[in-house]
Design a binder for this molecule. Structure first.
Ligand code: HEC
Ligand code: HEC
Ligand code: HEC
Ligand code: HEC
Length: 245
């Protein structure tokens, strides 16, 4: 939708442009995932007639598909309920959690349920979606179902936190001892992304929005074959698999 002031749109585009100067990876797999939100999508959340797949997230008005600029309207929410625990060393309390930024903000533009799924910058009007009671309502926002997170993120992994050597030293020298973090993080899939002017954990550290590598399909949009393989890149020893995201 073209309601956002032009300058804000340009700023969003420039920020994302810098993050996306990467070679085009295989996105063929997305067609069979729930992130194919076009009319051909396999999930229950899909468009009434829109046939383009990438348009829900990337602008089509860009000649090079290797630089897919962000297209989905961002959420205005700032007061998410964040993960908190007495053992966390990134921040001391829920109130001190850093604001959600980076890739996590892109994901939450659909998953916090405050923006319509078809609300994209490149179109004059919203892309029309099929209504599914309890999942996507007449406002075309997620209201429930497997993908709905809402604005309470306290049950998930901490996100938009800086992950650097100083955090590792603070955590790994705690008394009594806490589960330790690994350092440095060197892995082809599990990466640290821009966060709070540094690098840290975002949704995309664990999830790949284009495909699912998990054996058996769980966890969803997973970057590796098993749940634990992902955690073990950053953690040692591994926290209980059923404890957190
Ligand atoms: C549901 C949202 C979503 C859809 C749909 C989507 N993408 Fe993406 N894409 C993202 C996000 C988020 C990122 C940035 C995070 C990342 O790099 O994984 C991204 C990054 C990219 C990148 C740069 C990073 C990389 O993986 O090389 C390319 C290229 C890309 N997308 C292409 C596509 C194409 C082509 C389509 C359509 C077939 C598509 N995307 C559909 C969300 C989406
Ligand atoms: C354009 C909107 C949009 C964006 C942006 C988006 N998603 Fe989704 N996502 C959806 C929809 C719609 C579903 C399917 C929900 C359903 O079927 O209940 C979904 C499903 C999922 C699921 C699977 C849920 C399940 O249990 O099957 C995961 C995981 C997920 N998204 C993660 C992400 C991550 C991580 C990002 C950012 C990198 C992201 N999404 C960006 C719309 C989006
Ligand atoms: C530390 C890894 C990790 C990070 C970071 C992470 N997730 Fe997940 N996510 C998981 C795992 C594991 C599951 C499946 C287990 C579960 O259901 O809790 C999951 C499940 C989901 C689901 C399905 C619904 C659900 O609760 O089961 C959605 C949607 C989702 N994630 C989106 C996101 C978004 C959006 C972000 C960023 C705000 C994010 N995830 C960050 C690991 C992660
Ligand atoms: C990209 C790196 C990365 C990945 C992947 C990752 N984590 Fe984390 N995790 C962290 C960081 C950094 C912290 C913050 C530690 C702190 O602040 O003390 C953290 C915190 C946690 C905490 C909270 C610890 C506390 O003291 O409250 C739990 C639980 C956790 N992770 C579980 C997992 C699980 C389970 C997985 C796999 C699904 C996973 N993590 C994947 C980096 C990662």
């Amino acid at each position: 939708m073209r309601q956002r002031p032009a300058l804000a749109r340009i700023v969003v585009r420039l920020v994302l442009c810098a993050q996306m100067l990467l070679p085009l990876t295989s996105v063929a797999g997305i067609k069979e995932t729930k992130h194919n939100l076009s009319v051909t999508g396999p999930g229950e959340v899909r468009a009434v007639s829109e046939t383009q797949i990438c348009i829900f997230c990337h602008t089509p008005h860009n000649a090079s598909p290797a630089q897919p600029l962000w297209n989905h309207e961002l959420s205005a929410v700032v007061n998410y309920v964040n993960y908190a625990s007495s053992t966390l060393r990134s921040y001391a309390s829920e109130a001190e959690a850093p604001p959600i930024d980076g890739h996590s903000k892109l994901c939450l533009s659909c998953h916090d349920g405050t923006v319509a799924i078809g609300s994209v910058v490149s179109e004059w009007s919203e892309i029309e979606m099929v209504t599914v009671p309890g999942v996507i309502d007449a406002s075309r926002k997620l209201v429930g179902g497997a993908g709905y997170l809402g604005t309470d993120l306290s049950g998930g992994h901490p996100i938009s936190i800086v992950f650097d050597e100083s955090l590792v030293l603070r955590r790994n020298s705690s008394e009594p001892p806490l589960s330790k973090l690994r350092w440095p993080i060197v892995d082809p899939d599990i990466k640290l992304y821009p966060a709070q002017n540094g690098r840290g954990v975002q949704c995309t550290s664990c999830h790949n929005p284009h495909e699912n590598k998990a054996a058996g399909g769980w966890p969803p949009f997973w970057k590796k074959t098993t749940h634990d393989e992902v955690c073990l890149v950053c953690h040692e020893p591994i926290p209980p698999a059923d404890a957190e995201w």
